[in-house]
Each structure stands twice: as structure tokens, then as C-alpha cells.
Design a protein around this ligand. Structure first.
Ligand code: EPZ
Length: 427
């Protein structure tokens, strides 16, 4: 399997283009199942997760074609001939559960494998299922699959009051509600930009939606939806990740396409840590003010709070800060697996339950480390950029799920980084 080698190489300078959001694209693609008209997504990221979602939709009978080297996806579900999402695909990517709502809404039945857990947590889907039950669906769990059936007249509009904020459950309920009979009100809805993006795309397809981006989303069901062309919103997690490169190495990098509204809470923490962020007419310019990074405390929360998907990357920065920082991970139960790998690089981190206390050190040292999940993998690369000596990151297939051309983008701003193919399986 491939490895990535990073050598500390001093301050970075230049610009990094930010691509379309993985987590927006993964919820936009299933929207094709709601209509027999063509859906075109532009600014799509070229990632393994997108290829997995493509394979899943094709297994259901949808046609998915990628143009312009994958940046444009054309999708059509004119001839769905299968309503079973198989375990072999679903187990690879949890977002596969997002085909359940659209299939239920349009054709009244679906069989979808339960996704199972993943490295960062149990990741149950009970809230998704409760939403569909509230809309009148009958759900049977058998042999690891959800067998779902809508009432004879189709899903009914309902009031869905989520006990906790769930991005995926909000997206699944939103997708399903567009074709339900009557009004659906989603309370305690997630407010992430990816949900706003989904609502905007569904509206282009003819859906009647109000309140996206707030905690209450109201949907008036319609008989049918049409096609649309929709640009995938900028990836705020990729944006935040690359903003941390000049923060941890010094120098100045402009993230093209970056928008401050997508990363406001994150930018507040960067400012506290002594990192300068300036809005330009092309994106966000990031530089480290003089002196060392200052320690800051971080608590991960649903949007608009500090994103859990930037926690690992922020921890890498804080390992080099002056002072002690405390990171509290409130979204997932096991999202500090990058800590032991950072400790191999000389970081001083104490993890107790959902809290990680980071005692900043002036210098990290390169080491052989192992990526454990998508965001952990890129936090190790950030640490390697600032470390003395060489860092070798293995299991980089995690990285390919969510970061397009990471070596090229970082080399473009002066990083000493390379990817070596097919190393012996020491993984
Ligand atoms: C989405 O996952 C993202 N994935 C995650 O990004 C992100 O970390 C997460 O939202 C939180 O922002 C995609 O969009 C594809 P949740 P999701 O439902 O929808 C619990 C990345 O790195 N929960 O908001 O699965 C759950 O266990 C990935 O790109 C239930 O208990 O997250 C978690 O503790 C990682 N029951 C909390 O809610 C449910 O039915 C938030 O999960 C659903 C969720």
C-alpha cells in the first residue's frame, strides 16, 4: 500500500485551490433517486468516497457518468431496477444509508444494509429510522439489513423532533420529505452548510423547503421532482485543513475558493492561537503572526460550532503551541486515535475519555506513523510538515477518501512531500 513521506521544510508560500465538499456531494448524489430526470453536479471532488457512492447508485440501476475528469457528475435514475443496497458497498462507506430516504419516498420500498460502525465510533442510524417511522414507514431489521416499506399512499409528512443533532439523519429525512404527502417539520435539525447545499439543490429540482441552515426545516411534499444542475459547495473541512498548513509551518498561503462563513468558529480559534486570516477576492489568506502559536482550548460541536472533522488537524497545530490546550470531542466517542501517532513524533498529549490535554512543544520529530481514519491521516501530514526530519505515513488509503491531490497541493506551496507507491504490506 502507498505511503506518504513528509520532511519539515520551513515556511510555506503560495496558493491552494479548495475543491467541492465530499460531505455535500455524498448527500447530493442520492437526490437522483428522487426523480427520473437528469441531475448534474458540478465542482464535484474526485475522491474514493465519491466513486463508492457512484458504484452504489449504479448497483441500484442509476446511470452515473463523470465528465471533465470527474469534476462533473451526471446522474439519472430513469430505470431503477434494484432497491437493495448491498452490505459489500455500504460497509465501505456509511453515507450509503442516504439512499434509503430517497428510495422510500419515490418507490415506497427499499432494503439497505446497516452500515456498521467505524473507527471513530459506533455510528448508529436509529435517528434515520425513527424519522422514516414518523413518516409512516414500516421498518424491519433482518440479517443486518433494514427492510423498509412506505404506506400504500406513500410517506406522510410528519413532525420529526431529533433528540440530538444528526447531519445524516437530517439529510435522509429532508430527502424523503420532498415527496411525502403533506408537511414535514424537522426540529433540532443539523445546520451544516452541506445541508443548506442539499436544500438548495432540491429546491432547484422543484422541492418546497424553508428554514435550511436553522434548527427547524419545513418541507411541503410535492408529487414529483424534476432534474437540475447544481454546483457542490466548497469543502469547509478541506479548507480548514489547508489553512492549518501555514499555521503550523509559518509562511503565507491563500486558499482559493475559501469562504469565511464556512469556517467562522474555526477562524475564531485560529485568531486566538495567533494565526492571521484575511478574506481576499479569491478566498482566504492565512499567515502566522510573529512568534509561536498560542495554546487554545477547543470543544467540538454541531455547526456553527467548531467542527469535529477539524479536531485532529487542530490538535496537530496545538502540539507545537506555546502552553497547554484542552480539546473536548463531544460528537464521537473515539476520535483521538491520531494522538498516539502524534506522541510518536514527540507530542505530549494526555487523553482521558472525551478530553485530550496537549502540552505544546517547540519541535516535533519525524517518525513512522499510521493513519487510522480520514481526518487523523491528514493531521499526521500537518505534523510532519512542521517536524524535524522525515515522517512516513502509512495506510494513506484513508486519506484518499477525502483529500484530492494532497501531495500536489502541498508541494505547490513549497512542502517537501512525496507519495511512494505500493510499499510492502507492513500495514
Ligand atoms: C456526518 O456524519 C459527516 N459525514 C461526518 O464526517 C461528520 O463528522 C459528522 O456528520 C458530524 O459533523 C458525512 O457527511 C458523510 P451525525 P454523520 O449523524 O451524519 C450520533 C468525515 O470525516 N448518531 O451528525 O454520520 C452519532 O453516533 C466524516 O468527513 C446517532 O446516535 O454524523 C454521532 O455521535 C466523519 N444516531 C452524532 O450522532 C443516528 O441515527 C453525530 O453524528 C445518527 C447519529
Amino acid at each position: 500500500m502507498d505511503q506518504i513521506i513528509v520532511r519539515g521544510n520551513g515556511p510555506l508560500k503560495g496558493e491552494i485551490p479548495i475543491t467541492g465538499a465530499k460531505n455535500a456531494c455524498l448527500t447530493l448524489m442520492p437526490a437522483t433517486l428522487l426523480t427520473d430526470q437528469p441531475l448534474t453536479l458540478t465542482n464535484a471532488p474526485r475522491l474514493s468516497d465519491i466513486r463508492t457512492m457512484t458504484a452504489l447508485l449504479q448497483s441500484l440501476g442509476a446511470e452515473v457518468a463523470s465528465l471533465q475528469e470527474g469534476q462533473v457528475l451526471t446522474l439519472s435514475s430513469h430505470d431503477l431496477n434494484n432497491h437493495t443496497a448491498d452490505y459489500e458497498i455500504v460497509r465501505k462507506m456509511r453515507a450509503s444509508i442516504l439512499v434509503l430516504g430517497p428510495m422510500l419516498a419515490r418507490d415506497g420500498h427499499a432494503i439497505v444494509s446497516l452500515p456498521g460502525g467505524c473507527a471513530i465510533g459506533a455510528r448508529p442510524v436509529d435517528l434515520h429510522l425513527k424519522a422514516f417511522e414518523a413518516m409512516g414507514a414500516q421498518l424491519d431489521l433482518r440479517d443486518g439489513y433494514v427492510h423498509a416499506k412506505a404506506p400504500a399512499g406513500g410517506l406522510k409528512g410528519a413532525v420529526i423532533d431529533f433528540p440530538i443533532v444528526s447531519v445524516g439523519a437530517t439529510e435522509n429525512a429532508l430527502l424523503a420529505a420532498t415527496l411525502a404527502r403533506g408537511t414535514t417539520v424537522i426540529k433540532n435539525a443539523a445546520r451544516e452548510p452541506e445541508i443548506v447545499d442539499l436544500a438548495q439543490c432540491l429546491r432547484r429540482m422543484g422541492a418546497h423547503i424553508d428554514g435550511e441552515g436553522t434548527s427547524t426545516i419545513t418541507i411541503e411534499g410535492v408529487q414529483t421532482l424534476g432534474g437540475a444542475t447544481h454546483p457542490v459547495v466548497t469543502d469547509r473541512i478541506e479548507l480548514g485543513t489547508y489553512m492549518l498548513a501555514p499555521a503550523i509551518c509559518g509562511g503565507e498561503v491563500e486558499c482559493l475558493g475559501g469562504r469565511i462563513d464556512l469556517v467562522a468558529a474555526f477562524c475564531e480559534k485560529l485568531d486566538e492561537a495567533g494565526i492571521d486570516v484575511t478574506e481576499t477576492d479569491r478566498g482566504l489568506k492565512v499567515s502566522r503572526k510573529n512568534g509561536r502559536v498560542r495554546a487554545v482550548d477547543v470543544v467540538t460541536e454541531p455547526f456553527p460550532g467548531f467542527p469535529t472533522d477539524l479536531q485532529a488537524q487542530m490538535m496537530a497545530l496545538l502540539c507545537t503551541a506555546e502552553g497547554t490546550s484542552v480539546l473536548e470531542e463531544k460528537i464521537f466517542e473515539n476520535r483521538f486515535m491520531h494522538a498516539p501517532e502524534l506522541i510518536r513524533m514527540g507530542a505530549r498529549i494526555d487523553v482521558h475519555g472525551g478530553h485530550a490535554t496537549v502540552h505544546g512543544t517547540s519541535k516535533l520529530r519525524g517518525a513512522r506513523v499510521m493513519a487510522t481514519d480520514l481526518r487523523a491521516s491528514v493531521s499526521l501530514i500537518l505534523a510532519g510538515l512542521a517536524a524535524e526530519g522525515e515522517t512516513v505515513v502509512s495506510r494513506v488509503y484513508h486519506l484518499d477518501r477525502g483529500y484530492e491531490k494532497v501531495v500536489r497541493k502541498l508541494r505547490g506551496v513549497g512542502a517537501d512531500i512525496e507519495r511512494i507507491k505500493g510499499v510492502t504490506a507492513d500495514e
